[in-house]
Design a protein around this ligand. Structure first.
Ligand code: KG4
Ligand code: ZN
Length: 344
């Protein structure tokens, strides 16, 4: 019988991670901090036909893929269901119907195997991805979070305590990449396509900075930057002038990324924290990775970045955060519900 109080905590548990908050159905297995396998079945190609994620298509695709992706992850890891010590699953934030597929699957596994269920906050998963890069990484550090829904700089004080140092007052960085991709006629998913185009462009279009200062608190604002790109393209079109899309992509990428890098390193220096980590889909951006690495090196700060494939949505990061919650004994009841929105 599933009883939260009866589970014992092992030092090096084998945890299955599950992720289904958006358009990736993902499963991964870790043993302690060591990643044994990570698999993703994505419905992005199907979603691309509609120019973005259609929630109903995402939910159906998860239903079709979840069984298979878990089997693949277990096979790759050489682990059987009976060897699992816990199952960690994203319960929010995300698309409700999509989340429910992974959560229901994880609940059934936890119940039938009589192992703890760990409910993982998707964003905490992104923050935990760096632990997969460096098995000995320990807080404190300063973390740059940049995804499709969030943009923030955090002081990660311990595995579970975070202080928000800066955040966006409107759109997230990833959202701006996606909208600019659309204006430039690029396919979904947008961010990576803007990066591809930017490789052949010059930073020569004048765009507003995405940094605003409200009193003494730093805030990012992507809405003005996105509108400036839209206006630039429309005005050029009305005048019959050619828009060099590569230059727009490059200029936007610099305007979107440079302040994130600058403020992250400045925050670490100010707090005298000598390690920076990062997480979220935008951290897969090559220009961001290069400039952050260069600035950290210049400031004498250690940088720990997740591999690109663990920046965008995946289950390895959910398993990594699952381990943190497992060691805290933070197990979930089987009647826990999925949540479209949850705070960090
Ligand atoms: O973390 P993520 O996979 O999903 C959320 O939790 O939101 O982030 C997705 C976001 C999208 O907005 C996507 O355009 C952006 O990350 N992204 C990128 C790149 N790869 C993904 N943005 C810029 N450059 C990239 N290479
Ligand atoms: Zn994500």
């Amino acid at each position: 019988m599933y009883d939260l109080k009866k589970f014992t905590i092992k030092d090096e548990p084998i945890i299955l991670g599950l992720e289904s908050s958006c358009d990736e159905t993902a499963a991964a297995v870790i043993k302690g901090r060591k990643l044994l396998s990570s698999r993703i079945i994505s419905s992005a190609a199907e979603q691309a036909k509609y120019g973005g994620v259609v929630p109903e298509i995402a939910s159906r695709a998860h239903t079709e893929a979840v069984d298979e992706v878990v089997r693949q992850a277990l096979d790759d890891a050489g682990v059987t269901l009976s060897q699992l010590d816990a199952v960690a699953v994203t319960y929010g934030a995300g698309l409700l119907g999509a989340l429910l597929v992974g959560l229901s699957f994880a609940k059934s596994l936890a119940y039938s195997l009589n192992i703890p269920l760990i409910a993982v906050n998707h964003i905490r998963g992104h923050l935990a991805a760096s632990y997969l890069t460096d098995e000995n990484l320990k807080p404190p550090f300063v973390t740059l979070l940049a995804s499709g829904g969030h943009t923030a700089i955090l002081h990660t004080k311990s595995y579970t305590k975070f202080e928000m140092l800066a955040s966006t007052c409107d759109d997230a960085a990833g959202e701006a990449f996606d909208k600019v991709a659309r204006v430039l006629g690029l396919e979904y998913p947008g961010g990576v396509n803007v990066e591809r185009l930017a490789k052949n462009g010059k930073n020569c279009v004048t765009l507003p900075k995405c940094l605003v200062k409200n009193s003494d608190k730093v805030q990012f604002s992507y809405s003005g930057l996105k509108t400036a790109v839209i206006n630039y393209c429309h005005i050029a079109e009305q005048r019959g002038e050619e828009v060099i899309k590569e230059d727009v992509a490059r200029s936007f990428q610099c305007a979107a990324v440079d302040p994130l890098v600058k403020k992250t390193v400045e925050s670490a220096v100010k707090l005298k924290v000598n390690c920076v980590t990062a997480g979220g889909g935008v951290i897969a951006n090559g220009y961001l990775r290069e400039t952050l690495a260069a600035e950290c090196e210049r400031a004498g700060i250690k940088l720990v970045l997740p591999e690109k494939k663990y920046c965008t949505d995946n289950a390895a990061m959910i398993a990594a955060e699952g381990l943190i919650q497992y060691l805290e004994g933070n197990f979930a009841p089987l009647d826990i519900n999925a949540k479209a929105q949850i705070p960090l």
